[in-house]
Design a binder for this molecule. Structure first.
Ligand SMILES: Nc1ncnc2c1ncn2[C@@H]1O[C@H](COP(=O)(O)OP(=O)(O)OP(=O)(O)O)[C@@H](O)[C@H]1O
Length: 339
């Protein structure tokens, strides 16, 4: 499908349908929607109770008959119907009611299957989009962070999301190499939960684990190590308890996840064609996605690869911002749209 020039567009949306967060960019407005990819369902009535931020508040706090679901797991669509509900909500919330059905760019992970691609397209169409253009999220992220993707030079970008880490080499507007591993921010949270459970017999929730990761988590020693209190339920006594925990210990808990990310980057470097490798040696690697905010991950990657590592300015927005840029670059959009 040929993408029309901008003047033909009545209004346009670019959507980063992420495992952890869904972000929408609207032409002429910028980011208009940024909410967790979570839907709360009434199990017996099979009815949606809340979506996005409202649903996240319920995560781990719902009574038995209400379940908070993440319809996209590990970077793939685990629940088509619920994904459709999420997309519909994101599109409706982002729309200027005056206009009819928007043309929509949706960013998807590179590993997505044909069935999943069709499901995303169908969901968006039935959610109110008039036309849907699927774009690889690595291409969008690279554009979002300002990499010169159209040039015949090698650019490497690491996108650490909630469910996956994607290491991609882009040249001439195309993906030359891509390695995706199913670890990201969620797996870091899970590693913290397991560590606290194993070592202290304390059960903590996903939101608590995420807070610990964001506050004192790290991938490399900190100039000043940090500590914090963590609330959970003692598994032996069954009562609430507070644990004082240090950043060194959380770093230890994250060792395996961080090692998987480091390995993916090293594999990508080994498999990149030599000409492009030498470009990357000069320009370095760009790190983006929410998971890249883990403290000192850039330092760790610099030490492991010996290459310059640049942290993107706004890692949680880079995919949506890049897809937003594509709205006004119809030729490039035609080139990168996935059929
Ligand atoms: N300051 C921080 N430190 C560490 N991790 C963070 C921080 N801020 C956000 N994150 C993590 O970033 C992840 C979400 O990132 P992002 O929104 O880029 O993912 P996504 O695009 O939804 O996921 P995917 O790319 O897998 O589809 C979450 O796991 C979140 O906990």
């Amino acid at each position: 499908m040929r993408f029309p020039a901008l003047s033909f567009w009545t209004h346009e949306l670019a959507i980063d349908l992420g495992t952890a967060n869904t972000v929408v960019y609207a032409q002429g407005k910028g980011i208009v929607f940024n909410e967790p990819s979570i839907v709360a369902l009434h199990v017996k009535k099979n009815q949606v109770v809340a979506i996005g931020s409202e649903a996240k508040k319920m995560f781990g706090r719902t009574p038995e008959n209400i379940k908070a679901i993440r319809p996209l797991k590990d970077g793939v669509i685990a629940d088509f119907k619920i994904t459709e509900e999420l997309l519909r909500y994101a599109i409706k919330t982002s729309l200027n009611k005056k206009f009819g059905r928007p043309k929509t760019i949706i960013c998807i992970p590179s590993g997505i299957t044909e069935v999943e691609k069709k499901a995303v397209k169908d969901s968006a169409l039935s959610s109110g989009a008039s036309q849907v253009y699927l774009v690889d999220e690595a291409i969008a992220a690279a554009l979002g962070v300002g990499l010169p993707i159209e040039e015949p030079t090698g650019n490497m970008i690491i996108d650490i999301g909630g469910g996956t880490t994607e290491v991609t080499v882009i040249s001439f507007s195309g993906i030359v190499y891509s390695k995706s591993v199913r670890v990201g921010g969620d797996e870091m949270d899970n590693a913290i939960i397991q560590h606290v459970k194993r070592k202290y017999n304390l059960l903590i929730g996903e939101r608590t684990a995420e807070l610990v990761k964001m506050t004192i988590g790290s991938a490399y020693p900190l100039t000043e190590e940090q500590e914090m209190d963590v609330k959970g339920r003692d598994l032996l006594e069954g009562i609430p308890k507070i644990l004082h925990i240090k950043s060194e210990e959380i770093r230890e808990a994250l060792t395996e996840v961080v090692a998987t990310i480091v390995d993916a980057v090293k594999t990508a470097l080994e498999r990149t064609p030599p000409e492009l490798s030498s470009d990357i040696a000069d320009t370095g690697i760009v790190l983006t996605g929410g998971g890249s905010l883990l403290q000192n991950l850039d330092l760790r990657l610099r030490e492991e690869t010996g290459l310059p590592i640049t942290l993107s300015d706004d890692p949680l927005m880079s995919v949506a911002m890049g897809a937003g840029k594509l709205i006004s670059l119809p030729d490039l959009l035609n080139q990168v749209t996935i059929d």
